[in-house]
Every structure is written in C-alpha cells, then in structure tokens.
Write a protein that binds this ligand. Structure first.
Ligand SMILES: [Zn+2]
Ligand SMILES: [Zn+2]
Length: 149
C-alpha cells in the first residue's frame, strides 16, 4: 500500500474514530489525504474488496482508549485491528516511520476525507467498483520512493 506523504496543513480542531465494538477510540488532526487501496493484502486484512485509508503524521494521531492487536502482514508492514471486534485500524510501513495510515471508514465522519486516488488497481477484483473521476495508480500512489505495498 502506501498512499503518499502526509500533508502538513492543519484543520480546526480534530476528528475522532474507532472500532465496531467501541473498545478502541482514536483522535486525529491535520488535513489528511485519503486513498482507496485494491491490493490483496488490504483485501485479506479487511474482508472487503478495497479499503480506504488516510495518512497523518504520528504526532497527529492519539489513541484515546483500547489497545489494538497488531500483525506484521509483510516484512516491512505492521497492521493493527481491534482484538475484540476485528475492525482494521492502522497500517505502518518501516520505510515511513513518521506516518501512520488509518482506515477512513472508522472515522465518526468518514465523509470528511474522501479518497482522491485509487491504488493497486493491478490487483483489483474485476467486479469491484472503481471511481472514474479520481486518480488511478496500478501500484502505489507514492512513486518517488517506489515503496511496494
Ligand atoms: Zn493495500
Ligand atoms: Zn472493537
């Protein structure tokens, strides 16, 4: 995966999100970019055909309650999820230790950060929906570092 560098701008206040059962709650600030990922790893981690993520700097992310379980899903990648209800929550790549990606759909207001690109279309399930009016990438949306999902 890897959807790109976090934006430095900030917005007024902060937004919160959490898992299905409510055990895990978090708060984020900043103006994240969001992306929808079709890679196989995100598919299996979520049980969904694609997953929308947004990225913030580590210090823009605060865990308010709960302690997610973690899984190293590939050598450089750690994913977290609620160990009680299973909601996928975060993704961190060893090559980008200053940033954290969070599942956009776990926000209390996911409408705030609409995906602006779709990535890993090379692994898209043929019947999965795709937005024609946002940027498309066959692999990552983070071309300058060439990181592979
Ligand atoms: Zn992915
Ligand atoms: Zn939960």
């Amino acid at each position: 995966m890897n959807i790109g560098a976090p934006r430095e701008q900030t917005v007024e206040g902060s937004v919160e999100g959490g898992c299905l059962c409510g055990a895990v709650r978090y708060r984020v600030s900043g103006t994240p970019i969001s992306s929808s990922c079709h890679c196989r790893s995100c598919r299996l981690a979520s049980g969904a055909p694609s997953v929308a993520w947004f990225v913030v700097l580590n210090d823009q992310f605060t865990m308010l309650s709960g302690r997610p379980s973690t899984l190293r899903s590939s050598p450089p990648v750690v994913r977290s999820f609620c160990g009680r209800c299973g909601t996928p929550l975060t993704y961190q790549h060893d090559d980008d230790p200053g940033a954290i990606e969070i599942t956009t759909a776990t926000l209390d207001h996911p409408e705030l950060f609409a995906p602006t690109k779709e990535i890993w279309l090379s692994q898209k399930v043929p019947w999965a929906a795709s937005h024609a009016d946002i940027e498309h990438y066959p692999r990552t949306g983070f071309d300058e570092h060439g990181i592979v999902g």
